[in-house]
Write a protein that binds this ligand. Structure first.
Ligand code: UGA
Length: 426
């Protein structure tokens, strides 16, 4: 299929390289500086497997770049929209990037026969966009086709998804989407557009709710001396519940869960519903970092001149994405309390904020620290020499915010006489 993809962020770029790999003719469109970067081979995001597929796409000629969306779509069979839909301060979703693209086609007076909306958009958006197109005489059909990929395993998730959701109005659109994804072995759920739009929000907010539930239970475990890992293993082995997204820790971060939850709360308000379960999910998540800071304060007593070493800056392993990362909340809280932060991350080498020193290794970050906190479960943290880490610290206190370290690593840390290990929920 000849397809134009607008937006080369996580979703757009991953879709572009994967569809090109599957033999489609893909033209990716973005603003001039981004395309200039892509032409020079600068991807802007770090994602396992992306570079290889990008190189493949270029070599095969299946992947091309453009800055002018109308020119890029002249003979395209479909236009896929993967532009950003951030939440505005008032809680509403900012759809201006979507509108901007459509306005160009309305002005031009022509558009590919199919528009596939991959961006996460509030329920009812596709209907509204279609009304605008009809008003200018364009007959294009709009399909809602939400994406469920996770950063850090985005290529894998795109190529081997649990399902493909297609919200459409006609057998023609359904057939086109089936053709587009013909090489992907996954069930295709065809439904109405509003349901497709809502599936995306329901899935993300349900996952966020599972995490907040585990975090709430972990506080209870701490209160009663139980072990959250055991409790969630026992709960998750019930097939009706499942073992995933029950890992307690510093709370969920990233650009999706909080944003989608706020957006769904706003959608609820617009029809007079308050969605209290989601309010609780957000509230529990907001309390995570303050809870860890309170633990630190109670260990330290006095905050004068304290230094905290932080391991992990990105919101999860295998990505360099810092958007809405627990690290940023932690940094703000530390600044409020006058705690200096020295951080290390295997991929993130620069943080555009004051009050943090990014070290070149975990060992350097821990030197002279009054406590160390694991914020992201990068697997390489497990194999650090934890005895050496403890020796370099001013006070060897460790908060394992992800319950990452196995007993052996903890034992090494505790070889230091004064060492204290504080896990989550046990
Ligand atoms: C999430 C969804 O998982 C994807 O299905 C969805 O497509 C994507 O949002 C999106 O809307 O674009 P992502 O944000 O990349 O993906 O990452 P997740 O793996 O979902 O992790 C989100 C956060 O939850 C991370 O901070 C992670 O550390 C945290 N988490 C995850 C926990 O604290 N506990 C868990 O058990 C699992």
């Amino acid at each position: 299929m000849r397809i134009t993809i607008v937006g080369t962020g996580y979703v757009g770029l991953v879709a572009a390289v994967c569809l090109a790999k599957q033999g489609h003719q893909v033209t990716a469109v973005d603003r001039e500086p981004v395309i200039r970067g892509l032409r020079a081979g600068v991807l802007g995001i770090w994602e396992p497997g992306l570079e290889e597929l990008f190189a493949d796409g270029r070599a095969s000629g299946n992947l091309r770049w453009e800055t002018d969306v109308v020119r890029a779509s002249l003979d395209a069979e479909a236009l896929m929209l993967a532009v950003g839909t951030p939440t505005r301060p008032d809680g509403h979703t900012d759809l201006s990037q979507l509108h901007e693209v459509l306005a160009k086609f309305m002005h031009h007076g022509d558009c590919p026969p199919l528009i596939i909306v991959k961006s996460t958009v509030p329920v009812g958006t596709c209907d509204e966009l279609e009304v605008s197109l009809r008003e200018t005489g364009l007959r294009t059909e709009i399909v809602s086709n939400p994406e469920f990929l996770r950063q850090g395993s985005a290529i894998q998730d795109f190529m081997y998804p649990d399902r493909i959701v297609v919200g459409c109005q006609s057998p023609y659109a359904e057939a086109e989407l089936r053709h587009l994804y013909a090489r992907i072995d996954a069930p295709v759920q065809v439904c109405d557009r509003r349901s497709a739009e809502l599936i995306k929000y329901a899935a993300n907010t349900f996952l966020a709710t599972k995490i907040s539930f585990a975090n709430m239970m972990s506080d209870l475990c701490e209160g009663y001396g139980a072990d959250i890992r055991q409790v969630m293993a026992g709960v998750g082995s019930d097939r009706r519940i499942g073992p995933h997204f029950l890992q307690a820790g510093v709370g969920y971060g990233g650009s999706c869960f909080s944003k989608d939850l706020q957006s769904l709360l706003t959608s609820g308000k617009l029809v007079g519903l308050s969605l209290p379960m989601l309010e609780a999910t957000a509230h529990i998540n907001e309390q995570r970092i303050p809870r860890f800071i309170a633990k630190l304060i109670s260990c330290w007593g006095n905050l004068q001149g304290k230094r905290l070493a932080v391991l992990g800056i990105s919101f999860k392993p295998n990505t360099n994405d810092v958007r809405d990362a627990p690290f940023l909340t932690l940094l703000k809280q530390c600044q409020l309390h006058g705690i200096a932060v020295q951080a290390y991350d295997p991929v993130v080498q620069h943080v555009p904020y004051d009050g943090v020193h990014v070290a070149d290794s975990a060992y350097t970050a821990s030197v002279g620290a009054d406590a160390i906190m694991i914020l992201t479960e990068w697997p390489q943290f497990v194999s650090l020499d934890w005895a050496r880490m403890a020796q370099g610290m001013r006070q060897p206190i460790m908060l394992d915010g992800r319950n990452l370290l196995p007993n052996k690593a903890v034992e090494r840390f505790l070889e230091h006489d004064a060492a204290v290990y504080i896990p989550v929920g046990r």
